[in-house]
Design a protein around this ligand. Structure first.
Ligand SMILES: [Zn+2]
Length: 259
């Protein structure tokens, strides 16, 4: 089996400062995300690779032309209506908004802050896959250490695709780990996981590629940002590009659904 990388970005308003009690205007939240998004698009073009952009409807509605243009190359999936608690209405409405803007079916979802989603509701509104779980123990946030680690169809026939963590010890490979650990370690565990699982599901946010060093945020969130983060990701993509093919998650779903 050919190995695949699912690289994805959660295209959302930069509301982390508000989460930590800092004031940030709505306009600034969207601008911060957009600035990083343009950097990422250039980088993806330079590698000529395809990715999935989990986008909030609020970002898409403010940037219709850009999101439509991105959808011609990459996959647009839902990241909820806005970056708050995801309701049934948000699950339904975000899909409608994104489909209207891109003129393409939207089949995937990742909930804001990886809230648990009811897969019967996802089925009701026509979603085919859900990538809203990180199968690790993250103190203070969630403990998914004993949940399924690799992709599986659930009883509603929704393909669940957890973020990648290594086999056995579940070494985390998501954005916070990437930002805070040496790249050599991330590469080592990525290569192991890719060899074992035959795919890697890794994700970031556009605002990580904007310089956010001026915000009074915890070190773990802003240890590196802007160009430093962009350089680190460039190095990582070069490393992975030799080992596997980058594909959109929807293409993985269509392949899996045939077999
Ligand atoms: Zn998010």
């Amino acid at each position: 089996m050919k190995k695949n990388i699912f690289l994805s970005f959660d295209v959302e308003e930069f509301d982390i400062p508000a989460e930590y009690g800092l004031k940030i205007s709505k306009d600034k939240q969207f601008e911060t995300s957009l600035e990083g998004l343009h950097m990422i698009l250039k980088l993806l073009d330079s590698f000529n690779i395809r990715v999935t952009m989990f986008t909030t409807a609020t970002v898409a509605l403010r940037n219709r032309d850009l999101i439509k243009r991105i959808s011609e190359t990459h996959e647009i999936a839902s990241h909820g209506y806005d970056h708050r608690e995801l309701t049934e209405y948000g699950i339904k409405k975000s899909k409608e908004v994104l489909e209207e803007i891109t003129d393409k079916p939207v089949i995937g979802i990742r909930s804001p802050r990886l809230q648990k989603l009811d897969s019967s509701i996802l089925k009701k509104y026509g979603y085919k896959y859900n990538s809203s779980e990180n199968p690790i123990y993250l103190p203070g946030r969630y403990n998914n250490f004993f949940n399924k680690r690799i992709a599986y169809f659930d009883r509603n026939n929704i393909l669940n695709i957890p973020a990648s963590a290594s086999p056995i010890i579940r070494f985390p490979l998501f954005w916070l780990a990437f930002k805070n650990l040496p790249l050599s370690i991330i590469k080592f565990f990525s290569a192991w996981t890719l060899a074992y699982d035959k795919y890697l599901n890794i994700y970031f946010h556009p605002w990580e590629f904007t310089d956010i060093s001026g915000y009074n945020l915890p070190k773990i969130v802003k240890r590196i940002s802007g160009n430093d983060m962009l350089n680190k990701l460039t190095n990582y993509i070069s490393f992975l590009n030799d080992k596997a093919e980058f594909i959109k998650i929807e293409d993985f779903y269509y392949k899996k659904n045939q077999t």
